[in-house]
Design a protein around this ligand. Structure first.
Ligand code: CBY
Length: 433
């Protein structure tokens, strides 16, 4: 054969060797890894008061192969101790996330983790979630956590019924919605869980009839359509905090949408812009966006494959960022704060330092009038979460919670992160989601 004839053939061969999926993944290329440094510094320097909240960070850093064995060991210890001490009180999703993080890859020997025992406990917590649905169809926690449970049970050979998974993760379930709005975070996690279940069937680990496989396909197609429906003009999927997990879901399900339905590069680029503007200062936010940017998904978790260490592409400062204390005291700003329960509105004008967050406003209001504005918070992996206001408690069984709004719009950040502006009309409203 003459060389000119061989060339197209070689080209074709090379093309066919490129795995199909790679075309759909648009990770940040290594030359641009410096753009990811803020995320990594945030995660490495994070100090969680509760060890379990470090699970997301550990998972993300291990998937990215970013830590050195020493740093890894410290985080493992933190998560492991939290699991050991807190097993009964952890929610199902917290335990699932801890298992995914501890088993993300095979680390150097040292801490031995008894997966089978943890998986058994997770199986029981998952059952309790489903049992709770008997009454009004509400799980103990939510579908995001149920999907994490299924993912962990699937990846770590736990017990679960495929028929039941199919029934629960039906895209028409109300549990994918908050205030009639499809939750992209939740849908994305469900897609990852269903993909794992589907792969376990097609690889022959699990036997089911083709009808079930078909239903899984239909569920995935519908969930992917709902996620893509939440694609914004600027490329975000849902909002900035759901985009990372939605990207993971789209990476693993390229068979369910057309290439022209999603511009992966556009999504990646808006995320990179947001990183540079400081949108991911919360360690959990950083942890949830990083894997997708490095072309990884939670389906890459594999307790039997060796961990990767200390990528040379990162030059991370483990020094805490020096906070600049202004020489002049902060100027004060005025905001309006109200507590709304049904038709009753109680409001107060409060004055706080410029740069204060929503929580500072609530504290100031409480100080000025404890009868009307008392509240309690719980620490979550996303920072403080409001549990009661004036003694009225949020309750998953009746889908109630304290909703945060500013100028009538629900916030996409919690009380510990949302920085208030002069003249804001801030509100905590007793709501049903
Ligand atoms: N994680 C979970 O169980 C949480 C799952 C999640 C879907 C989560 C968002 C997504 C994620 N990526 O982690 C979720 N939120 C849920 C399920 C809920 C409900 C919690 C109750 C339940 N059924 O378990 C509920 C009540 C509807 C809810 N979130 C409320 C709120 C508001 C909290 C107000 C308060 N009382 O303090 C708030 C602030 C919305 C509002 N305007 O009131 C809120 N959530 C926000 C903003 C968020 C985002 C946080 C972003 C940020 N930077 O802080 C979120 C990422 C998240 C955490 N919620 Co919810 C969604 C988003 O904007 N993309 C598993 C566990 C193991 O960690």
């Amino acid at each position: 054969m003459r060389q000119s004839h061989q060339l197209p053939l070689v080209g074709l061969l090379l093309f066919s060797l490129i795995p199909r999926q790679q075309c759909e993944i648009c990770e940040v290329s290594k030359e641009y890894y410096t753009a990811l440094n803020p995320l990594i510094s945030t995660m490495i320097n994070s100090k969680y008061t509760k060890g379990i909240h470090a699970a997301n960070v550990l998972l993300s850093l291990r998937l990215g192969g970013i830590l050195n064995p020493n740093q890894e060991q410290q985080l493992i210890q933190q998560v492991n101790t939290a699991v050991e001490n807190k097993k009964p009180s952890l929610t199902s999703g917290q335990l699932a996330l801890a298992i995914l993080a501890l088993g993300a890859c095979k680390g150097p020997d040292g801490i031995s983790i008894n997966y089978s025992e943890l998986i058994k406990i997770l199986g029981n917590k998952y059952k309790a979630e489903i049992k709770n649905m008997d009454h009004d169809g509400n799980p103990l926690t939510n579908y995001y956590q149920l999907s994490l449970d299924i993912l962990a049970l699937c990846l770590f050979s736990g017990n679960y019924s495929i028929t039941e998974v199919i029934k629960i993760l039906d895209p028409e379930s109300k549990n994918y919605y908050f205030h009639q709005q499809f939750s992209v975070d939740t849908g994305a996690m469900a897609v990852l869980a269903l993909t794992c279940v589907k792969r376990s069937i097609t690889s022959g680990q699990n036997k089911i009839d083709t009808k079930d496989l078909e239903t899984i396909d239909n569920h995935m197609e519908s969930l992917i359509a709902k996620i893509l429906c939440q694609k914004k003009e600027n490329g975000l999927l849902g909002n900035i905090y759901s985009t990372g997990e939605a990207m993971q879901a789209l990476f693993v399900s390229s068979d369910y949408y057309n290439k022209n339905q999603w511009d992966c590069q556009k999504t990646r680029d808006i995320v990179l812009t947001e990183i540079s503007q400081g949108a991911f200062r919360m360690p959990t936010a950083a942890a949830q966006i990083l894997p997708a940017l490095m072309g990884k998904t939670y389906l890459d978790i594999n307790k039997d494959s060796s961990c990767v260490y200390g990528s040379d592409n990162f030059n991370i400062s483990t020094q805490e960022p020096i906070s600049v204390t202004p020489a002049v005291p902060h100027s004060q700003i005025e905001v309006n704060y109200s507590v709304v329960v049904n038709n009753q509105i109680d409001n107060i004008m409060v004055s706080v330092a410029d740069g204060s967050v929503f929580l500072d406003v609530m504290e100031k209001a409480q100080k000025e009038n404890a009868t009307l504005f008392s509240f309690t918070v719980e620490e979550s992996s996303w920072g403080p979460y409001i549990t009661t206001v004036r003694g009225i408690k949020a309750n998953n069984n009746d889908r109630t919670y304290w909703e945060l709004l500013s100028n009538g719009e629900p916030l996409s950040q919690g009380v510990g992160s949302y920085v208030v502006h002069a003249g804001d009309d801030l509100e905590v409203r007793w709501s049903i989601y």
